[in-house]
Design a protein around this ligand. Structure first.
Ligand SMILES: *Cc1c(COP(=O)(O)O)cnc(C)c1O
Length: 419
């Protein structure tokens, strides 16, 4: 019986992953183990702990604080004129929506397959989520998008919030073209898409505003944290003030422009700022993004190619203009009834791989019918059917090829046992 776990980068912790029944092969490592915070970060973290200078606006010279340096480096990396660091992507989405200055209750198109934080941000901003059907490729259905956009525009001002859920990019060419023609602004939720390219451009920079997450399960791990990027000096001024740059703290942002005095004392302060310690943890990871993206793509494509050969598995292909940055693996189960799907999940779990079927888990935050806070929940049969057979497996970018193969073998064995 081989109880050994495998993985190149974190052997000690991966070896500690015990608890599930053994399989014929090697046990996959725990998908919640994180990559260490780079050592380059430690000196600054120590200095911050020593000085206690954790608030971004304490220093007189705003340009040199850890949060300002993170904003500068992130803007340069992503290729945006402006970046604002906040305490989560949810905060960035909320501020982005508030910056658009839409009338209360205005419709915001979002994919019906996304994380509950997305409709939550819409509701929080006093707006109304309008859910767009997603197809078996996990992306927004463009026919339904066009229909819902027309419906929204007929009512008056509206917005589009494209959530690139699990890093799957919807057809940005069509979305941007239709939205532009309708005069509707596009916000990108790129929480799970840091490093993804669309026609060679970085996802999160295609719409008017892009939002990113540094929550621990994303490409950059700050525990919590978010970033809002834009090229629009008016929007960044509004976002900076509303994030909590009270009085004249906006002068500590290099984005200082004529827009700020116009908004002084005219916008509410929501206090969603990032603190210096989070920025010190996050900033040195920017230099690691491209490596992590490469590893994530290698891991994903390795398991996807293998599982896609299975007659009961369909792996959604990326769109032609998309270069993905995955840290998880999604696939559709084909030809398994309810009971067989249940057996598959249980058998995978026994082999150390946690599989979640979005639509079958009780209270899954990615199943739209659980979003009772949005009011009346629409009937979206295509998205529902997809969620009932779409499987989700975490595949951290630091997994070695052997760890990916062990995960693949566990899934294959679980399928064989379930069928
Ligand atoms: C994680 C995630 C969010 C929320 O990010 P937070 O930083 O935790 O608020 C939003 N959308 C998607 C697609 C996500 O994956």
């Amino acid at each position: 019986m081989n109880e050994q776990a495998i993985g190149a980068t974190l052997p000690t912790r991966e070896l500690q992953n015990q608890g599930a029944a053994p399989t014929g092969g090697l046990r996959p490592p725990s998908p919640t183990d994180a990559e260490p915070i780079p050592e380059e970060a430690w000196a600054e973290i120590r200095a911050l702990l020593q000085s206690g200078d954790l608030f971004r606006y304490t220093a007189a010279d705003g340009d040199t604080t850890p949060v300002s340096r993170l904003e500068r480096d992130f803007a340069a990396f992503i290729g945006s004129s402006f970046a604002l660091a906040v305490n989560s992507c949810s905060s960035a989405l909320f501020l982005a929506l508030r910056c658009l200055d839409l009338p209360r209750g205005a419709p915001v198109l979002i994919p019906a397959f996304t994380f509950a934080a997305v409709p939550s941000a819409v509701v929080h901003a006093g707006l109304r989520p309008l859910l767009v059907e997603c197809g078996d490729d996990l992306r927004m259905d463009m026919a339904d998008f066009a229909a819902k956009l027309a419906e929204a525009v007929a009512e008056g001002p509206a917005a589009v919030l494209v959530s690139h859920m699990r890093g799957h990019t919807s057809d940005m060419d069509t979305i941007l073209e239709l939205a532009e023609a309708a005069g509707v602004p596009v916000i990108e939720d790129a929480a799970h898409s840091l490093g993804t390219l669309w026609r060679g451009r970085r996802i999160g920079t295609l719409g008017r505003i892009g939002c990113f997450s540094f929550q621990s399960y994303k490409m950059v791990n700050g525990g919590e944290g978010g970033m809002l990027v834009t090229d629009d000096p008016d929007i960044i001024a509004r976002a900076i003030i509303m994030s909590g740059a009270y009085e004249h703290n906006w002068k500590k942002h290099p984005a200082v422009s004529a827009a700020f005095p116009r908004y002084q004392n005219r916008l509410p302060l929501y206090n969603m700022r990032m603190n210096n310690l989070s920025a010190a943890v996050i900033r040195p990871q920017i230099a690691h993004i491209d490596r992590r993206v490469g590893q994530g793509r290698r891991n994903h494509d390795r398991i996807a190619a293998r599982l896609d050969r299975h007659p009961n598995v369909i792996v959604p292909a990326p769109l032609p203009h998309e270069e993905r940055a995955p840290d998880s693996f999604q696939f559709l189960l084909e030809g398994l009834d309810e009971n067989a799907i249940g057996r598959f999940v249980a058998e995978a779990g026994r082999r150390g791989v946690k599989v979640s079927i979005f639509g079958r888990d009780i209270d899954n935050a990615r199943a739209f019918w659980n979003w009772h806070f949005i009011g009346e929940i629409p009937d979206l049969p295509r998205t529902r059917a997809m969620l009932m057979r779409a499987a989700d497996v975490r595949l951290p970018v630091h997994f070695s090829p052997e760890a990916v193969d062990a995960t693949a073998a566990a899934l294959e064995e679980a399928l064989a046992a379930a069928l």
